[in-house]
Design a protein around this ligand. Structure first.
Ligand code: PMP
Length: 455
């Protein structure tokens, strides 16, 4: 297979960079004026966009984003899953307008009937009977980890190398030379040595999971059903059922984070692949872009928690219940009800998955045509290419295939041709309004920009 000519890559990247700068004077000026923002952006991760400055949003609907320079893009980033329902879906907007406008009461500390409706719908999809709400998936993970510790009386969380679960301190870990968890390079100011809170295993390696669990101090295995934050790394046949079996055998809970893998289907990978989590976490997409998150627990976990609260050695109402004052607020629950009830429906998932399958085939055709040593992986409505072939089977293998220059070239070249891909990823997500023509545009453009590299 031909390898990339790095000089040619640099030349192509410079050309794309110049075009990006020339075509976005207004975005660039706004960025340069933003002297009161740390890093010149509302949140420092927004500097992940390639090109030296981010595009500034003018407006977005469905799968179209328009920037302040008047360019409209086909958006496959979809807010890194936050906008999987499309931008400003009509049903969500109507519910939010109703709650914020005529009804009034955005956040009151009082429940609304929407919350039970959402809890019942989440049970129908994902199977967990009891739910609590947060305002982000990070916060749902943090709370669920606390409850797992309380329920099991154990201190540690088992995660996989190169996982991502939001800014959850326990999860920024890699296996060290002695097998103990150590902080992942780039991690920001861990509060304690990672070995105190975390055990780390390798994805698709059940022996590494068993070795970590054998210490008897793991409260929960925290994982996505497929890694999605280091490319998409799919589980081998039997890996997830093996995790379930090992968790049960070693007295640990299985905590499944479906914030991204919800793309697998209407009931996430949990329903598609008949997973049996003890704790389930989701966020981002279920509120149609309005901040929300949720975690579901089994009755057994609820009973284990209640034993402590009844005994008075833990208080989840006052002392330990005061996180997230705005959690479960009326606006957020109205948005979840409308988004789940009317937008992210079963027919919507069928449409989105069919398009992602076409997208994946289009990418594969270019990889085959130019004999490019990359791979593409699909998980329902999302697909991602990675610079390794065959597709990596672990976080470590996938991390080794990273190529920042190549990433920047692809992101900028696609952006300059009217296509937005997710920063942090080479990920494309379909929403209910994505069309076959949008996917075909990507297929043709991907062929053009990859062809330029290999010509
Ligand atoms: N879990 C997973 C699997 C994620 O990918 C992310 C964010 N990318 C989160 C949790 C955290 O989501 P948020 O940043 O919305 O809290």
């Amino acid at each position: 297979m031909p390898s990339i000519d790095r000089a040619r890559l640099t030349m192509l990247l410079d050309r794309e960079q110049a075009a990006y700068t020339d075509n976005h004077p207004r975005s660039r000026a706004l960025f340069e004026e933003a002297g009161n923002l740390f890093g010149r952006v509302p949140m420092t991760w927004m500097n992940m966009w390639s090109g030296g400055f981010p595009l500034y949003l003018d407006r977005a609907t469905g799968n179209r984003v328009t920037d302040v320079d008047g360019h409209t893009y086909v958006d496959f980033a979809l807010g890194d899953t936050g906008a999987m329902a499309g931008h400003s879906p009509a049903a969500t907007v109507a519910a939010v307008q109703g709650r914020a406008g005529d009804l009034g009461g955005i956040t009151t500390m009082l429940p609304t009937a929407d919350a039970q409706w959402v809890g019942a719908e989440l049970e129908r999809r994902f199977g967990m009977p009891l739910w609590s709400f947060t305002l982000s998936a990070t916060d749902a993970n943090r709370w669920a980890i606390r409850l797992a510790r309380l329920a099991t009386g154990r201190p540690k969380v088992l995660v996989f190398a190169y996982c991502y679960h939001g800014s959850v301190d326990e999860a920024f870990a890699l296996p060290g030379p002695d097998g103990k968890a150590q902080s992942r390079p780039g991690n920001v100011a861990p509060p304690v040595d990672l070995a105190v809170t975390t055990r780390v295993a390798t994805w698709n390696d059940l022996a590494s999971v068993e070795a970590a669990l054998a210490h008897g101090d793991v409260a929960a295995i925290l994982t996505e059903p497929a890694l999605t934050n280091i490319g998409i790394v799919l589980p081998d046949e039997g890996f997830l059922s093996g995790l379930r079996e090992l968790a049960t055998r070693h007295g640990a809970l299985l905590m499944i984070d479906e914030t991204h893998t919800f793309s697998a289907g209407w009931g996430g990978a949990t329903r598609e692949w008949a997973l049996e989590p003890d704790i389930f976490v989701i966020g981002k997409s279920i509120g149609g872009g309005i901040p929300c998150g949720a975690y579901g627990i089994s009755r057994e976990v609820a009973d284990a928690i209640t034993r402590h609260t009844d005994a008075g050695d833990a208080d989840i109402v006052d002392v330990g219940g005061v996180g997230g004052t705005l959690a479960g607020n009326a606006l957020s629950t109205a948005a979840m009800r409308a988004t789940l009830g009317e937008v992210l429906t079963e027919p919507a998932f069928s449409h989105m998955t069919e398009l992602a399958t076409t997208f994946t085939a289009g990418v594969q055709a270019t990889l085959d045509e130019f004999e490019v040593p990359w791979s593409v992986s699909q998980l329902g409505a999302r697909a991602e290419y990675r610079f390794a072939r065959p597709a990596p089977r672990s976080g470590e293998e996938s991390a080794a295939a990273a190529d920042d220059v190549l990433d920047a070239y692809l992101h900028l070249a696609l952006c300059n041709r009217g296509i937005l891909m997710t920063p942090f990823h080479n990920m494309a997500l379909m929403c209910p309004e994505t069309s076959r023509a949008d996917v075909d545009l990507h297929t043709a453009t991907f062929r053009e920009v990859v062809g330029a590299l290999y010509a």
